[in-house]
Design a protein around this ligand. Structure first.
Ligand code: TRP
Length: 474
C-alpha cells in the first residue's frame, strides 16, 4: 500500500516549489510592466519605493499566502476554511479565496492576449533571423532596411487583424491549458524546472550583451538615482500595485501553489527567496532594456509600447540584433507561460477541490471560458474598439475591453484580496498554528505579524481608495 500522503499530487522537492513559484511571479509583470512603469515614472524614486513595497508589504503577504496553502492543503477556498476552523473563526473568510479564483480567471484571459503579441513577435524575429542565416549573415541587425514607422507599425497591423490576434491567443491559452491539465508534478513542475533555468540563462546573456553594446552607466543612473520630487501619490500608488501584481499576490495563487508543499519546508526563507528572485529579475530586466534604449537615443518613457515598438527598433541598429531580438521575445514568452499556468491553476484547483471535477475537465472549462473572454479583449482593438464595458463608471469611462479587465482586477480585486488576506492572517488566524506552520524565529514572527496586521491593511486600503477615487489625489 502506498501511504495516503504520497498519492496526493504535489511538488517533488522544496526547490521544485521555489522554481515554480518564481516562475509564477516572474512574468510580463517583470519584463514588460516594470520597465514601462519605471520609464514613465522617471526611474530612481519609483524603483526605490517599489523595492520598499516588495519587502515591507509583498514579503509578509507572500508568507501569509504560502502559510494558508501549507496549512490548508487544498484549493484556496478549502484551505482558508480549514485555517478558519482551526482558528475558531467564521468560515466565511473563505469568500476571498473564491474572489481570488474569479480574479485569477479574469487575469489569465487578458494575460493570454498580451502573451499572444509576444508570440507574434517571436514569429517576426524567427522569420527575420531565418532570413539572416539564409543570407549568410546571421549576426546582422534585425529587420534590416525598415524605417522606424514600418517597425512600430507592425503593432498597428497586428491589432487590426482579429484572426491573427485570435490564433496567437489560441496557441498561448491552449499551451497553458495543456500544462495545467497534466497536473503538478507531471505538468507545472516539469515546465518550471525546464523553463526557469533557460529563462535565467537567456536573461543573463542578454543583460551582458546590453552592457557591451549599450550604455549601462546611464541605465543604472536612471534606475537608481532618486529624484524624490518625482515620487507623486500616483507613482507610489503604481509602485504598490505593481508589487502585488509582480509577486502574484491577492488572487490566492500562492495559496494554491503553497498547498502542494510537503511538510517540513521552511516557509520564511522560501518566501524570501521568491521575493528576492522576483525583484532581482525586474531590476535585471531594467538593466537589460534601458542600456539598449539609451544606446540608440530612444525615449524611456514610451509607455506600454516600449517593449513591442521601441526595442525592435533598437535591435535594428545593433550587432546581432536579429538573433538577440529573437532571444529576447523567447525570454518574455517563457516567463509569460510559467505565470499563466499559475493563474489558470487557481480556478482549476477550485473546480477539482470544491466541485469534484477531474483536473483535465476543470482546466478545460476554466481555460475555455477565459479563452472566450480573451476573444472579447482582443476584439476591443478592432471590431469592438468603441465598446467601453464599464463606461458608466468614471474611472473606466475611456477604457477599452482589455484595459477594463486589467484595471478592474488590478485596481480593485487584487488589493481587496490582499487586504482580506492581511486582516485574516494578521488578526484572526490562530497564533499557535501560525508559529507551528511557518517555523519562524520569535523575532521574525513578531515583525511579520506586525507588518501584516498594521502596515499591509493601511497601505493596501490607500491603494484601493485612491485607485477608485483618483480625484482624491488632486
Ligand atoms: N506575477 C506575474 C507577472 O509578473 C503575473 C501573475 C501570475 C499574477 N499569477 C498572478 C498576477 C496572480 C496577479 C496574481 O507577470
Amino acid at each position: 500500500m502506498v501511504a495516503a500522503t504520497s498519492t496526493k499530487d504535489g511538488w517533488s522537492s522544496r526547490s521544485a516549489f521555489i522554481l515554480a513559484a518564481i516562475g509564477a511571479a516572474v512574468g510580463l509583470g517583470n519584463l514588460w510592466r516594470f520597465p514601462t512603469l519605471a520609464g514613465e515614472s522617471g526611474g530612481g524614486a519609483f524603483v526605490i519605493f517599489y523595492i520598499g513595497c516588495v519587502f515591507l508589504l509583498g514579503l509578509p503577504l507572500l508568507l501569509a499566502e504560502i502559510f494558508i496553502g501549507r496549512a490548508g492543503q487544498t484549493d484556496a477556498v478549502g484551505s482558508i476554511k480549514r485555517v478558519a476552523r482551526e482558528s475558531d473563526v467564521s468560515e466565511r473568510w473563505s469568500l476571498f479565496g473564491g474572489l481570488g479564483a474569479v480574479a485569477a480567471f479574469l487575469i489569465v484571459s487578458f494575460y493570454s492576449v498580451v502573451a499572444g503579441w509576444v508570440l507574434y513577435y517571436v514569429g517576426v524575429f524567427a522569420a527575420d533571423f531565418g532570413q539572416a542565416v539564409l543570407a549568410g549573415d546571421p549576426f546582422r541587425g534585425a529587420l534590416e532596411g525598415e524605417s522606424q514607422e514600418q517597425i512600430s507599425g507592425r503593432m498597428g497591423s497586428l491589432f487590426a487583424n482579429p484572426a491573427l490576434l485570435l490564433s496567437m491567443h489560441f496557441a498561448f491559452m491552449g499551451t497553458t491549458l495543456f500544462i495545467v491539465a497534466r497536473g503538478i508534478s507531471g505538468g507545472i513542475e516539469k515546465a518550471a524546472t525546464w523553463l526557469m533555468p533557460a529563462f535565467f540563462a537567456l536573461l543573463i546573456s542578454i543583460t551582458i550583451y546590453g552592457a557591451i553594446v549599450g550604455d549601462v552607466g546611464e541605465a543604472a543612473a536612471f534606475l537608481f538615482t532618486p529624484d524624490w520630487s518625482k515620487l507623486t501619490p500616483e507613482v507610489m500608488n503604481a509602485a504598490l500595485g505593481q508589487a502585488l501584481f509582480s509577486l502574484s499576490l491577492g488572487v490566492a495563487g500562492i495559496i494554491t501553489y503553497g498547498s502542494y508543499i510537503r511538510q517540513g519546508t521552511k516557509l520564511g526563507s522560501t518566501a524570501l527567496a521568491i521575493a528576492l528572485a522576483d525583484t532581482g529579475v525586474a531590476l535585471l530586466a531594467g538593466l537589460m532594456i534601458f542600456p539598449i534604449v539609451f544606446a540608440v537615443g530612444l525615449d524611456p518613457a514610451a509607455g506600454p509600447t516600449l517593449v513591442f515598438q521601441t526595442l525592435p527598433f533598437a535591435f535594428e541598429s545593433m550587432p546581432a540584433g536579429s538573433l538577440i531580438g529573437l532571444l529576447f521575445f523567447v525570454l518574455v514568452l517563457v516567463a509569460a507561460i510559467t505565470s499563466s499556468i499559475s493563474l489558470l491553476e487557481v480556478p482549476t484547483a477550485w473546480g477539482v477541490g470544491e466541485l469534484g471535477w477531474s483536473r483535465p475537465r476543470s482546466a478545460l472549462v476554466f481555460g475555455g471560458a477565459a479563452f472566450v473572454i480573451g476573444i472579447f479583449c482582443l476584439l476591443g482593438y478592432n471590431i469592438l474598439s468603441d465598446f467601453r464595458p464599464l463606461g458608466f463608471w468614471s474611472i473606466f469611462a475611456e477604457t477599452d475591453i482589455l484595459d477594463t479587465v486589467d484595471g478592474f482586477t488590478g485596481k480593485i480585486m487584487l488589493p481587496l484580496g490582499a487586504l482580506l488576506t492581511s486582516l485574516f492572517i494578521g488578526w484572526r488566524a490562530d497564533r499557535k498554528l501560525l508559529e507551528r506552520t511557518t517555523g519562524l524565529s520569535q523575532g521574525a514572527f513578531a515583525i511579520w505579524r506586525f507588518l501584516l496586521a498594521w502596515l499591509c491593511p493601511l497601505a493596501v486600503t490607500i491603494i484601493l481608495v485612491t485607485g477608485l477615487f483618483p480625484s482624491l489625489l488632486g
